[in-house]
Design a protein around this ligand. Structure first.
Ligand code: ATP
Ligand code: MG
Length: 561
C-alpha cells in the first residue's frame, strides 16, 4: 500500500525520469499504454493508464495509445473501440493512436537483419519439441538440429514462410542467443510463427506474425518511447527486450521499467477469465456492474475521478500485493458524499397509515438535497395519509436497542413528522402488511415540539406519489478474498458468488427519480449510492447500487492522510 517514496518525492519511476531529464539522457518523456485488443480494460489497466498518461502529463511529454495487435487469433475491432472509449472516459488524452500492426514491415526488416547477422534461424522442430528441449532452471537446453543451418538457407526459408508457402506449425523463426543461458527467456526464443489467419487491420497481407517479446521493444523504438513501463512479470524478459534492440539498427533506444500489477480482492483480473465469464453468461456482459472492468465500474456508477483517486492512493511500487476492494468503495463514497443528491427510496415497501391524517389531503415538505454542499438547495416532497417505509423498519416484537418502529414506539420520519405506532395488520400467512400510527402535527420538519426525544429516523415515500422502480444490489463477484490463494485443483468459477446480484423489482422511489438521466447518481438515504442504469427510463426506472454507506476505510485513511 505505501508508496515507495524517494528523496525528492514521487514514486521510483518518477525518480528515474527526473534523473534522466536532468542528465540529458531524455529530452522529452514519451510513454505508451499498450493494450492487446483481446478484451475490455479492467481496473488493473486503469493503474497502468494513470501511470503512463500521468507521467507524460507531469513531465510535459507524450503518451501514445498503442494497440499491441500482433496476434490475429484473439483480437477484434469491438475491443479496440471499447478500449479507446474507456481510456478517453478516464480522462486520458493520447498524443498518437498507434497499432503494432502498422509496423509489421519494420519487424520483418529487422528479422531479416538478424538472420543476415547469423542471429536468427528457421527451426523445423514442433512447438512441443521446442518446449521439451528448452531445459529447466537447473539444466541447460539443447540446441536445435537446425540451429547451425547456413544464413542463405535461413533467408530462403523465412521468405517462404512470409510468402505463405508453408503450412502452420511447419517451422518458426528463432533468435540465436544461447540455449544454456541462465534466463530461460534467452534460450533461442521464437520470433515469428506461421498463422494463416486474417488480421483485423492487415487482412490477409501477412501469414507470419511476430511474438510479443520480439515486437514490443521495436514498437517502442519506432515511437521514440523513452520509458517503456510494464508489469513485474516482464522483468525476466528485459534482457531479451534489450537483446533485440541492441542487435539491429533501431532508430531510438527505449528502456523498460517494471512495476507491480494491481490485484484486487474478491475478483479476477485476467482477460481470459473475464472473457469466459462473459462468453458463458455468468455475467450479463463486459459492462456487468459486478465486473472489475472499466465499463462495468462505469455502469455501476463509478466516476473517472474516483478511479483516478484510487490509482493515486494505491501508488506505484515494485512489490506485488493485494489491494482491498473496500479502498475502491471508499474513493467513490467520499466523492459522492459531496456531490450526490440525497433522496428517499424504499427497497422493500411496507405500507404505513397515519390514522389522524385526513384522507385525500396532502402536504408539501421541504427536503435538503445535500447537507454537505456549500449552497443549501431544497426540494418539495409530498406527504399524506399513506406512506411506504422499509419492511425491516418495523418489528412486532423487537429485541432491545431496536430504535425503529414497533407497537408504542415513536420515531421521526425524515424531513417530516414524529409518528407513533398504534398497531399493525397481518395477512393470512402472518406477514405484516400494514403498520398504523398517529403523527404529531407540531413536529413538522422533524423538529421536536416539546423537547421530547426519539431515537430513530426513518426514510419514507408518499404511497400515491411514489414510482415503482427496479433496484439492483451487488456483492462481490467471487467469494474468496485473494484469488491467488485459491486451493489447488480448484477453478476460479468454483468461487462465483451466487448472491452477487439481487434484483428488487417492487421498490418505491420519490417520483422525481423517474426523470433521472441514465448514469445520474444519488444517495438513497440509509441505503447507499445509486445510479440510474443505461436501461433506465421514465416508464421503467432502474437503479444500480454503486456502494453502500458503510465505510471501513474512512478511519484507516484518516490515519494515513
Ligand atoms: P491479461 O494477462 O489479463 O491478458 P495483460 O497484461 O496481457 O492482461 P494487456 O492488454 O497486455 O493485458 O495490458 C496492457 C497494459 O496494462 C500492460 O502494460 C500491462 O502491463 C498493464 N496491466 C495489465 N494488467 C494490469 C494490472 N492488473 N495492474 C497494472 N497494470 C496492468
Ligand atoms: Mg499482455
Amino acid at each position: 500500500m505505501k508508496e515507495e517514496l524517494a528523496e525528492k518525492g514521487g514514486n521510483f519511476i518518477e525518480q528515474i525520469i527526473r534523473n534522466d531529464l536532468e542528465s540529458g539522457k531524455a529530452k522529452k518523456v514519451i510513454t505508451r499504454f499498450p493494450p492487446e485488443p483481446n478484451g475490455y480494460l479492467h481496473i488493473g489497466h486503469a493503474k497502468s493508464i494513470c501511470l503512463n498518461f500521468g507521467l507524460a502529463e507531469q513531465f510535459g511529454g507524450d503518451c501514445n495509445l498503442r494497440f499491441d495487435d500482433t496476434n490475429p487469433t484473439k483480437e477484434e475491432t469491438e475491443y479496440v473501440e471499447s478500449i479507446k472509449e474507456d481510456v478517453a472516459w478516464l480522462g486520458s488524452r493520447w498524443a498518437n493512436l498507434r497499432f503494432a500492426s502498422d509496423y509489421f514491415d519494420e519487424f520483418y526488416k529487422w528479422a531479416l537483419e538478424l538472420i543476415e547477422a547469423g542471429k536468427a534461424y528457421v527451426d523445423h522442430q514442433s512447438a512441443d519439441e521446442i518446449r521439451k528441449t528448452r531445459g529447466t532452471l537447473t539444466e541447460p537446453g539443447k540446441d536445435s538440429p537446425y540451429r547451425e543451418r547456413p544464413i542463405t538457407q535461413n533467408m530462403k526459408l523465412f521468405r517462404k514462410m512470409e510468402e505463405g508457402d508453408l503450412p502452420e506449425g511447419e517451422c518458426v523463426l528463432r533468435a540465436k542467443i544461447d540455449m544454456a543461458h541462465p534466463n530461460l527467456n534467452m534460450r533461442d526464443p521464437v520470433m515469428y510463427r506461421i498463422l494463416h489467419q486474417s488480421h483485423h487491420r492487415t487482412g490477409d497481407k501477412w501469414c507470419i506474425y511476430p511474438m510479443y517479446d520480439f515486437a514490443h521493444g521495436y514498437e517502442d523504438a519506432i515511437e521514440g518511447v523513452t520509458h517503456s513501463i510494464c508489469t513485474l512479470e516482464f522483468e525476466d524478459h528485459r534482457p531479451l527486450y534489450d537483446w533485440f534492440l541492441d542487435n539491429v539498427s533501431v532508430p531510438h533506444r527505449p528502456r523498460q521499467y517494471e512495476f507491480a500489477r494491481l490485484n484486487l480482492s474478491y475478483t479476477v483480473m485476467s482477460k481470459r477469465k473475464l472473457l469466459e465469464l462473459v462468453a458463458k453468461g455468468y455475467v450479463s456482459g463486459w459492462d456487468d456492474p459486478r465486473m472489475p472492468t472499466i465499463s462495468g465500474l462505469r455502469r455501476r456508477g463509478y466516476t473517472p475521478s474516483s478511479i483516478r483517486t484510487f490509482c493515486k492512493k494505491i501508488g506505484i511500487s515494485k512489490a506485488n500485493s493485494l489491494v482491498d476492494v473496500d479502498l475502491l468503495h471508499h474513493c467513490i463514497r467520499n466523492e459522492l458524499n459531496l456531490s450526490a443528491q440525497r433522496v428517499m427510496a424504499i427497497l422493500r415497501p411496507l405500507k404505513l397509515v397515519i390514522e389522524n391524517y385526513p384522507e385525500g389531503q396532502f402536504d408539501e415538505l421541504e427536503a435538503l438535497n445535500n447537507p454537505e454542499s456549500d449552497k443549501p438547495v431544497y426540494r418539495k416532497i409530498p406527504f399524506g395519509r399513506e406512506l411506504f417505509i422499509e419492511q425491516d423498519d418495523f418489528m412486532e416484537d423487537p429485541p432491545k436497542k431496536f430504535f425503529r418502529l414497533f407497537p408504542g414506539a415513536e420515531v421521526r420520519l425524515k424531513h417530516a413528522f414524529f409518528v407513533k405506532c398504534t398497531g399493525f395488520e397481518k395477512d393470512a400467512k402472518g406477514g405484516v402488511v400494514e403498520v398504523r400510527c398517529t403523527y404529531d402535527p407540531k413536529s413538522r420538519g422533524g423538529e421536536s415540539p416539546d423537547g421530547r426525544k426519539v431515537k430513530g429516523t426513518l426514510h419514507w415515500v408518499s404511497a400515491p406519489h411514489a414510482a415503482r422502480a427496479e433496484i439492483r444490489l451487488y456483492d462481490h463477484l467471487l467469494t474468496l478474498r485473494d484469488m491467488d490463494a485459491m486451493e489447488e485443483g480448484r477453478d476460479y468459477k468454483d468461487y462465483l458468488n451466487p448472491a452477487s446480484l439481487e434484483k428488487l423489482t417492487d421498490c418505491m422511489v420519490e417520483q422525481s427519480l423517474v426523470n433521472a438521466r441514465p448514469m445520474e447518481r444519488f444517495q438513497f438515504l440509509r441505503h447507499g449510492y445509486f445510479c440510474a442504469d443505461y436501461e433506465h427510463s421514465a416508464g421503467r426506472p432502474v437503479f444500480n447500487r454503486t456502494v453502500s454507506l458503510k465505510d471501513s476505510w474512512a478511519k484507516e485513511m484518516k490515519k494515513e492522510d
